[in-house]
Design a protein around this ligand. Structure first.
Ligand code: FAD
Length: 407
């Protein structure tokens, strides 16, 4: 059995940001991250959208909290890439059904204090100019309002690589193991379990399980999968490199229940990601198909959601070639708790110390990965003030990395 100071299981954004943060802590000498290619990884199949929080329902207290976390911690996440969070000017546009809805969001942005420019509300000529064909929906009327928000695409693929490179280049022992990790009960360790990867058993002082939708399966051999309360939704994205006259990077249409964001592919070209406003609830989280293929029904739903005659009928002609090839669809799962907050558990507390030093988490949204890492470090009793200097990852060779997530 090998002894280490900390193990992170999972290769998504929450794991890599945590691994990077752990690698800066003074006390931890040997840290492993165990990642697998066999399971769903939401972080490289998502919309690469740094959420400002404006999407949430401000009438619900918990959702307001989510919104605040997004705006505070999204900025810290972007700091890892040494990029600036564009708060001073709006980067996204949101269509809402009336003045009241617009006012709630504008008030939130003012309370947060980051938006310095005075005109949150778009003028009619700006709407037409910036949204082009997306401003012509028949579902819009005199009541409809369009507001600026600081939502923005972010380079998630780059961020993951930054974290990995910085983690592995540390002078002390940091290791990445590619394996399907498993947990087993053990009376040979003080924690009551071992981590097994590639046939080797590990006894770790701290264990962080951040394995996305596979997390309940991983906890099953310890009999504690039922202790985490999460739900999953199957989500579909359509990627298409169409020509449109949309001039903002993110457009959220709350009237038509659609959203579009523009990301860059590896060649630096624009790719439009069309989000699905209609999700399928997962009935049995322990039985998820590993194959990620869009169904005919999902494609039909997409077509009616974007090409309905009251929405953007002119899109049909442009999108139909993309609908025909299922490789243009990304299928993955959002794993959340009921309030859309990240889910973070100290299993030691829940199992009355049968299993010690076991921390389980999921980001809920990539935007909150930094928040999750901070919380886990705090919950594990690791002093996050004892950092060994440099906070951010340094990108060594930009040519090696894709700019955006590899959708
Ligand atoms: C379609 C879609 C669009 C989204 N868009 C956005 C967005 O625009 N903005 C946003 O903020 N959020 C978005 N989200 C949510 C966001 O992507 C997720 O909340 C986030 O990526 C979850 O990160 P994670 O690290 O917790 O889990 P994941 O990214 O799912 O990573 C889990 C990792 O664990 C690994 N793993 C599993 N089991 C094992 C094992 N036994 N051994 C080793 N490794 C294992 C998997 O291979 C995977 O790498 C979206 C989600 C989806 C599905």
């Amino acid at each position: 059995m090998k002894k280490v100071d900390a193990i992170v299981i999972g290769g998504g954004i929450a794991s890599w940001v945590l691994a990077l943060r752990l690698s800066k802590l003074k006390g931890l000498k040997r840290i492993l991250i165990i990642t697998s290619d066999h399971f769903h990884n939401a972080s490289i199949n998502n919309q690469s959208w740094l959420q400002s929080g404006c999407l949430y329902n401000f009438d619900i207290k918990k959702e307001r909290e989510v919104a605040r976390l997004c705006i505070e911690h999204g900025k810290k996440l972007l700091d890892i890439t040494n990029r600036r969070f564009e708060f001073e000017s709006g980067t996204g546009i949101m269509a809402v059904k009336n003045e009241e809805e617009a006012a709630k969001r504008i008030q939130f942005l003012k309370e947060i204090g980051h938006m310095k420019y005075p005109d949150f509300m778009l003028k009619p000529e700006e709407v037409h100019n910036l949204l082009g064909e997306f401003s012509k929906s028949k579902n819009f009327n005199d009541e409809t309002r369009f507001i600026w928000t600081p939502d923005q695409p972010f380079p998630e693929g780059e961020l993951l690589r930054n974290c990995e490179e910085a983690f592995l280049s540390s002078s002390v022992h940091r290791e990445r193991i590619v394996a399907d990790a498993a947990l087993y009960p053990s009376n040979k360790t003080k924690n009551g379990y071992v981590v097994r990867a590639n046939g080797v058993d590990y006894d770790t002082k701290k264990l962080f399980v951040i394995a996305g939708i596979n997390t309940p399966n991983l906890l099953m051999p310890l009999g504690i999968d039922g202790l985490i309360d999460v739900t999953a939704r199957r989500c579909v994205l359509l990627k298409a490199d169409i020509r449109t006259d949309l001039k903002v990077a993110i457009y959220m249409d709350k009237v038509n229940n659609t959203n579009i964001n523009i990301v860059k592919n590896k060649n630096g070209d624009n790719v439009y990601l069309f989000g699905d406003g209609l999700y399928t609830e997962v009935e049995d989280i322990n039985n998820i198909e590993l194959k990620r293929q869009v169904t005919d029904e999902e494609v039909q739903r997409f077509i009616s959601n974007y090409c309905d005659e009251n929405k953007y009928p002119q899109l049909e002609r442009k999108l139909s070639p993309f609908f025909k090839d299922i490789r243009n669809f990304n299928v993955c799962y959002k794993v959340e708790n009921q309030s859309y907050l990240p889910w973070i558990y100290n299993m030691g507390e829940l199992t009355e110390n049968t299993y010690k030093n076991l921390h389980v988490a999921g980001a809920g949204k990539a935007t909150l990965a930094f928040y999750v890492a901070e919380k886990l470090i705090y919950n594990a009793g690791l002093d996050s003030t004892k950092y060994s200097g440099e906070e951010n990852a340094i990108i060594k060779d930009l040519s090696l990395i894709a700019h955006w997530s590899e959708c």
